[in-house]
Design a binder for this molecule. Structure first.
Ligand SMILES: Cc1cc2nc3c(=O)[nH]c(=O)nc-3n(C[C@H](O)[C@H](O)[C@H](O)COP(=O)(O)OP(=O)(O)OC[C@H]3O[C@@H](n4cnc5c(N)ncnc54)[C@H](O)[C@@H]3O)c2cc1C
Length: 466
């Protein structure tokens, strides 16, 4: 039988003998899925349907030993490597063309210790699964606002979520990470062990190794919290976003208010305020009242609900795998009237009912951590702003991407040149990637040189070792 054709780290074509692949497969507890495997077509898919890549091999790891074997096999054969956990990365870094996907999606072990409020969670868990375990004990930590997002990629990039004003970013609640580095070594990184690596893993993304498990500090949350959205017609979008700018800039830590321009399930263009309060319901009712009484909303859906449910309110259509997507993002400390005008004009011309623009407010505890305490350096109060273009028909892809790029070209002059690392697009320029690591960049380069000098982990918001 013919050898298997693969892509090397530098993008060249090479081959691996079937004998080598069989030996690798025998060392794994999980499945090794080559291109001719019946599960291949399903296994190679990621959340973003626009990312249509065909890796040579997918190693479905079941534990640390499988991850070590996969890293060693890839290094010995100079194979291009992608690391995948929740598969939610919009840029598609969780897969690759012709290389090896180290897939941790089946590693879902988790233990919550309600006595000391600490959780150990394997990298394949999704936030909905994580919340189910922690909320059983009335606990939680900052996590993603869409329940289907992977804990691993989200944590390593920083972690923005409903609890960040009160409890900081996800990484601010991270106590240790188990990681397999490029030379196949297993390490636990924490404040006491490999502290330099622990610093870099908190915001440096997937640059330094394969994280197999995370230890998090948890907090009492809910289980019932106030949440939901207030919906206005798009005709009111300018006034709604100006109100949002002023209201969200002065929130107490326990409150979160996000904003969206989108299309309702009934097909109506809308401007929505997404509200949440992480404290007593009656206190939240008072604090969030101005956002509910402002203007003339067409619906007020804010109500007490389980915290875990609040983390599913944005699931439709954002958790649906396979839809075509193109995502542009940036941080901004200001929302000028001119910027708002550009957005509202863009939203009045939405060419897909699934496309949305989102503002997430970064504030409170997330901004009080010193900028050099973790690799996540952009700690100022600001909005994470996103244009999330989504469509279902492949034939529309060129038009949809052109529409988004055109709009983004008009948005860019109004925002900073950086973005949340986990929201960077695959076609963002290297200067933007660099700016998104802020003052941490040089220290991250030194760390990359120490832990991954050959840039083995390169499919990510990449930090070059040189
Ligand atoms: C619908 C949606 C909602 C989102 N909401 C939020 C949100 O509320 N808050 C927020 O902060 N972000 C959010 N994000 C962004 C999210 O943090 C990133 O997409 C992140 O990459 C997802 O992680 P994943 O494990 O699902 O991704 P994957 O696609 O599996 O992995 C993406 C990349 O992360 C790295 N990575 C993943 N797993 C590992 C691992 N085990 N070890 C080392 N590196 C690894 C690798 O570089 C990999 O290429 C959202 C994304 C989407 C699509």
């Amino acid at each position: 039988m013919a050898d298997v054709v693969i892509t090397t780290r530098e993008g060249a074509s090479a081959s691996i003998t079937l004998g080598s692949i069989d030996k690798f497969s025998e060392r794994l507890r999980g499945d090794l899925i080559p291109r001719d495997h019946q599960a291949y077509d399903q296994a190679r898919r990621v959340w973003n349907g626009h990312i249509d890549r065909r890796p040579a091999l997918i190693a479905r790891c079941l534990g640390v030993a499988d991850v070590i074997a996969s890293v060693n096999f890839a290094r010995e054969h100079d194979l291009l490597v992608a690391v995948r956990s929740g598969a939610h990365n919009a840029a598609g870094y969780g897969t690759c063309e012709g290389g090896l996907v180290i897939d941790l999606s089946q590693m879902k072990g988790m233990k919550v210790n309600p006595t000391n409020s600490i959780a150990d969670a394997q990298a394949g868990l999704l936030w909905g699964e994580f919340d189910t375990e922690t909320q059983t004990f009335g606990l939680a930590t900052t996590g993603g606002v869409v329940s289907d997002t992977g804990i691993a990629g989200l944590t390593l990039g920083g972690g923005l979520g409903w609890l960040m004003g009160k409890h900081g970013l996800t990484i601010d609640n991270l106590l240790s990470v188990d990681v397999v580095t490029a030379d196949g070594t297993f390490l636990t990184a924490s404040a006491d062990e490999h502290a330099d690596l622990f610093w870099g893993l908190r915001g440096g993304g997937g640059n330094f190794g394969v994280a197999t498990s995370f230890r998090y500090r948890l907090h009492p949350v809910g289980p019932t919290v106030l949440g939901g959205m207030v919906v206005h017609p798009m005709a009111q979008a300018r006034e709604v976003l100006r109100f949002y700018r002023d209201f969200s800039a002065n929130l107490p830590d326990a409150a979160e208010v996000y904003a969206a321009l989108a299309t309702s399930p009934e097909g109506e263009p809308i401007a929505a305020l997404l509200l949440g309060y992480n404290g007593p319901i009656d206190e939240g009712e008072k604090i969030l009242a101005p956002a509910r009484t402002f203007g003339e909303p067409i619906a007020d859906l804010v109500q007490p609900m389980p915290y875990a449910v609040r983390n599913t309110l944005q699931d439709d259509p954002n958790a649906i795998h396979g839809i075509q997507r193109y995502w542009k993002s940036g941080f901004t400390e200001t929302m000028t009237d001119e910027f708002i005008d550009v957005l509202v004009d863009g939203a009045s011309d939405l060419i897909s009912p699934l496309t949305a623009m989102f503002f997430f407010r970064v504030h409170g505890a997330a901004t009080r951590v010193p900028t050099n305490a973790t690799a996540f350096a952009l700690r100022q109060e600001q909005w994470d702003f996103n244009v999330i273009s989504q469509w279902t028909d492949d034939a529309e892809t060129d038009t949809q991407i052109a529409w988004t790029r055109d709009l983004w070209g008009r948005i860019e002059p109004h925002i900073s040149g950086s973005a949340y690392v986990n929201h960077l697009a695959g076609d963002d320029k290297p200067e933007k990637v660099r700016a998104s690591f802020g003052d941490s960049y040089d220290r991250l380069v030194a760390l990359k040189r120490k832990y991954d000098p050959t840039n083995f982990f390169r499919l990510n918001a990449n930090i070059l070792p040189t």
